[in-house]
Design a protein around this ligand. Structure first.
Ligand code: FES
Ligand SMILES: [Fe+2]
Length: 379
């Protein structure tokens, strides 16, 4: 007589508690990052109502210089007018909507390629061929539709909301703070650009950027050869997350820095401007920027631009950009894509954030600030 094998049962594990812990701030639920309809609402309520990076004044040196940009499904362009004012407009002719410019270039006037309506650089309609024969046609009443724009330290930002508060209300003191680390940032030029596409929701990437709890474990080059990770702290104010820390000792830096060249030569700092832009200053006062482009609910393009003053060796900036891409950026891509897969696993249940009332590198109070800003925007 044969005996059947004794069935083996998986021993019970601890019963997971799925209830939120009262009085603690929990991570957001997965739907915040996986729901396409929610992303559409974010386009309307966040991206089209907040200040977005458009370009740098070095792209608009002479009156008539322009560049076009696509921003969250909207087609725009920036141009320097004859008075030297940088203006932004929707890239749509008032006649029958053909786009006025493509790419970047220089023009004495903005001539629409469709029927040659011609606009001054400040948006006023100068000429419309044949329209003089149309009774009542008043060209002085027609101009391009402007978009709000502001310049901070030479960086041009636009806001699709005509009623948006000025940047100073969102990011108090940002221009002066930036100038303290980089005198005359408006005189810099983008020396190189690096882009990566991350298969994750934009908030996963922004949250990852906004804490250094993960740095020691995941960013050996950044933590041992660029910054002193243990002294890293993040201060929310306005709609800014200000990151502050020291560089590693100058002899441990992965690149050459003259410690006497500037009072902040051995500091690292950044200003994350809600929702999708950051100014970063690497040791040696190297300014670089982070720009998140939310392409859809699970795809984000991250652009890194590295700026150099005249006289700075381009090779040094290029080497730093490349090191950053191969180490910190590549390490973050792996993290955020893994988080997105976890969120889409179907079994993620949010637990409390780690928040130290005293702040410090392991505290996620900065994530709590992002949640608050998100909640206010979407309410
Ligand atoms: S659409 Fe621009 S001139 Fe007709
Ligand atoms: Fe990171």
């Amino acid at each position: 007589m044969s005996t059947s094998p004794t069935p083996t049962l998986t021993p019970p594990t601890a019963t997971p508690s799925l209830d939120p812990e009262p009085n603690l701030v929990h991570a957001l639920d997965a739907a915040q990052y996986t729901d396409a309809a929610r992303f559409e609402r974010e386009q309307e309520r966040i991206f089209r109502r907040t200040w977005q990076f458009a370009g740098h004044v070095s792209q608009l040196e002479r009156p008539g210089d322009y560049f076009a940009l696509e921003l969250h499904g909207r087609s725009l362009f920036c141009v320097k007018d004859r008075a030297g004012i940088v203006r932004a407009f929707y890239n749509a002719c008032r006649h029958r909507a053909h786009q006025l410019v493509e790419g970047s270039g220089h023009a004495r006037a903005l001539v629409c390629p469709y029927h040659a309506w011609t606009y001054e650089l400040d948006g006023r309609l100068r000429a419309a061929p044949g329209a003089g024969r149309t009774p009542g046609f008043d060209r002085s009443r027609i101009c391009l539709i402007p978009v709000r724009s502001e310049i901070v330290g030479g960086f041009v930002f636009v806001n699709l909301d005509p009623d948006a508060a000025p940047m100073e209300a969102w990011y108090p003191g940002i221009a002066d703070a930036l100038a303290e680390y980089v005198p005359h940032p408006e005189r810099l030029r983008a020396a190189c650009t690096r882009e990566v596409v991350e298969r994750c929701n934009w908030k996963v990437s922004v949250e990852n950027y906004s804490e250094c709890y993960h740095c020691r474990l995941n960013h050996p080059t950044f933590s041992n050869g660029v910054v002193e990770a243990d002294s890293y702290h993040i201060i929310p104010h306005g709609r800014v997350l200000r990151h502050v820390t020291k560089s590693v000792p100058v002899e441990s830096l992965t690149y050459r820095v003259d410690p006497d060249s500037h009072p902040h030569a051995l500091d690292y700092t950044s200003w994350f401007l809600w929702p999708t832009f950051s100014f970063q200053i690497y040791p040696g006062n190297v300014l670089n920027t982070y720009i998140w482009h939310a392409l859809d609910h699970r795809t984000t393009r991250v652009t890194r631009q590295w700026y150099a003053a005249e006289g700075v060796e381009p090779d040094l900036i290029e080497a730093l950009a490349e090191q950053d891409l191969r180490t910190t950026v590549a390490e973050d891509v792996r993290l955020v894509e893994s988080v997105q897969r976890g969120l889409e696993s179907g079994g993620y249940r949010p637990a409390p954030l780690v928040i130290d009332p005293a702040g410090g590198v392991n505290s996620e109070h900065s994530i709590r600030a992002l949640y608050e800003w998100l909640g206010e925007a979407m309410a």
